[in-house]
Structures are given as C-alpha cells and as structure tokens.
Design a protein around this ligand. Sequence first.
Ligand code: PLP
Ligand code: TYF
Length: 396
Amino acid sequence: MFEKIERVPGDAILGLIEAYNQDANPQKVDLGVGVYRDPNGNTPIMRAVKQAEAHLLESETTKSYIGSHGDPRYGKAVLPLVLGSDSPVLAANRASATQSPGGTGALRLAADFIKSNLPGKRIWLSDPTWPNHLGIFDAAGIEMRKYPYVSADNRLDFDAMLATLKEIPQGDVVLLHACCHNPSGFDLDREQWQQVLEVVKSRGLLPLVDFAYQGFGEGLEADAYGVRLMAENLDEVLITSSCSKNFGLYRERTGCLIVIAKNAEQMQNVRSQMAIVARENYSNPPSHGAAVVTEILESAELARVWREELTEMCDRINGLRSDLVAALEPYGLDKRFAHVAAQRGMFSYTGLSTEQVKRLRDEFSIYMVGSGRANVAGFTSENLPYVAKAIAAVVD
Ligand code: PLP
Ligand code: TYF
C-alpha cells in the first residue's frame, strides 16, 4: 500500500539546523530557526522556569488528565497577561482560554473551530507570513487568501494592506500578527492598528491575532497594544498565545486559544465547541509547560524574576539590531540596512536576495532563511564583524 507514497522535503527552516550542525567551519553563524540565543549562542532555560520546575517537582501530586481546556489556573493567569489586568473584557466575563500544545496547537484549534462552526469563511494571511500558517489552515480545509504586507523594496506596505482589507468579503477571518511579524520584523504602529480596527469593524471581519512573541518587541504591555485594541473594541476576536518564546518553553508545547465573544453566554457556547475541537485533536493538552507558567505568574517574586530576564532578552535583541547597522557602517552599508534597527522581534527581513543568502551560506557558513530572514538573536559581539564583512562581500 505504501509503494506509491512519495517522499516530500522537510521544513525549510528546521532543515537549516541540520545543515548548520554538519558544517565544520568554526566561524559558522546560525541565523536560522527562531529561538532566542544568549551572548554565548545558547538557548537557556529561564531562571524563573528553573525555580518553578524545582517547586513543581516537590509539589505536584498527580499526572492525571487535566481536561480539554487545560488547567483553569493557567487560563486565569494568562488571560490578564494577554488582555491586561484591568481589561473590561475580563471584567465582563467575555473571554475564555483553552490551553493548547503551543501557539501552533492554538492555531489548529482556531482553524478547526472556524471550519466546523463558521462554514464557508475564508482566512486572509499576510504576504509573507510564517509558512506553517499556510499548512495549518490548508490542513483544516479552509480557503486561504493573502493580503500584501511587505513591498518589493522591503518596506511595510501598509497602504496596500489596508486597501486589500477593505475588499475582504463581510465575515471572513483575517489573521494579524500581534507584534514581531514573522518573517519580516515590520510591525504596525498604533495609528495603523487603529486604521485596521476601523476596517475590521466596518467589514464585519473576525480577527485571529497570532501572539507568539509577547515581550520580544517593545515589552509585555506595549506588544499587546493591537491585541487589546481589537479585544476592547470588537464583539468577537480569536487570539492565539504562545509561551514558547517569552518563557523559553519551546519543547514543552505551551500556549492557548483565547476566544472573546459578545457576552458571557455566547462565550460559554463557543468555549464548549473548543473543548470538542481539542478532544478530537489530542484529547487533553500537555501539562508541564502550562504548570510552569502558572507557577511563575501566580508568584509575585517569580513573575518579577521572569519579567526581568525577558526584558534583558528583548533589550539584547534590540541592541543587536543597532549593532549590526553600526558594524555595516565601515562598508558604507549602514543606510541600506537601517531598516534592521527599526524592525522588531526575533526576525529581520534583511533585504538580502536568495542568491546572496546562498553565498553567505556557501562561502561564509552564515545560515539564514532563503527569503533573507535573519534571526537577530543569533548575532553576538564576536560574530557581528564577521557577518558584516560577509554581507559587504555579497552585496553589490
Ligand atoms: N506563530 C508564529 C508567527 C510563530 O513564529 C510561531 C513559532 O515560533 C508560532 C505561531 C507558534 O509557536 P509554538 O507552536 O512553538 O508556540
Ligand atoms: O519561524 C521560526 O523560525 C519559528 C520556529 O516548523 C519554527 O517560528 C520554525 C519552523 C517550524 C516550527 C517552528
């Protein structure tokens, strides 16, 4: 039966890890997969996570199932983090959280929910977007469309984005990156969010806001601006939240799908549907990562330690952005790459072509995604001069 099954290529981003590991060049630089790296190039376990895990090891009493929505304590801890502790939506009991295996699991929950409860609705994705968005919504059988986001000359093309949003049929779903746009690093400013809100409102669209990098752009509160604007001004919003990056819990698969409905009654109805979707996919979510997050957010001291380290990480990334531009200055390339300092989050669309990316890899052992996307966290004070020199060698 299996003889007709073809082999397909693996994930292009994850594939870079393998290629990098096999490279014997001691000067090699990994700017590929989106994981945070410290000044030594490591992806450490965060301090508060270690402490929470130590406490959990002592205090956990069972490994029994936690239920399709996950641990209610996790939902209670994460909702104010995402929506704001004084959110009117929370006060009105209009928001529900369903714990999921990472942000990816939350996206799949959202996709299956849309497919079975909002039949015929299409989803509109930014062009470009995280490649897994395409795979997830396709697998759920949802028709996909694109809205422009980055121009050919590597700028946020907000006018084109807005013009397309204005044409979206009433009631369709629009996926918005809350902050730290993957892959480009171009984010909307507050004025632009306001304009998007007006269009979403007037077209009666359902926003699905993907919030995978809270705390990596400008900080926990500032990064939530767009999410909270939508939440507080619309009757219905879906939000996918991930703790992979901001708690460094990647492999523990920790996230949730947040549903905001018009009132508490409708929220409970939708919530009941989410349990079905979760059950049909994986029954119950994994517990450990969410238990760690709950421990941290419920403890004023651990939360302080966590926020402090997250701020260090965010500041480091933003510092590295300016450092790259400064390192390119001796080559007269600082203006050409000035956008890198203005972008936000883990990623930068550098503007390097596929051909230039290939040369960086083949001639200098510098690994980034073919689109020219670099993981800024992969820079260190040691490798920046080398990377700058290599970029100068491949650009014309
Ligand atoms: N959405 C975007 C835009 C991402 O870049 C990622 C991953 O890194 C995710 C969602 C989901 O991440 P995870 O499933 O690891 O929480
Ligand atoms: O875009 C990235 O690099 C991160 C990590 O299949 C990632 O979002 C990449 C590919 C993938 C899963 C996660």
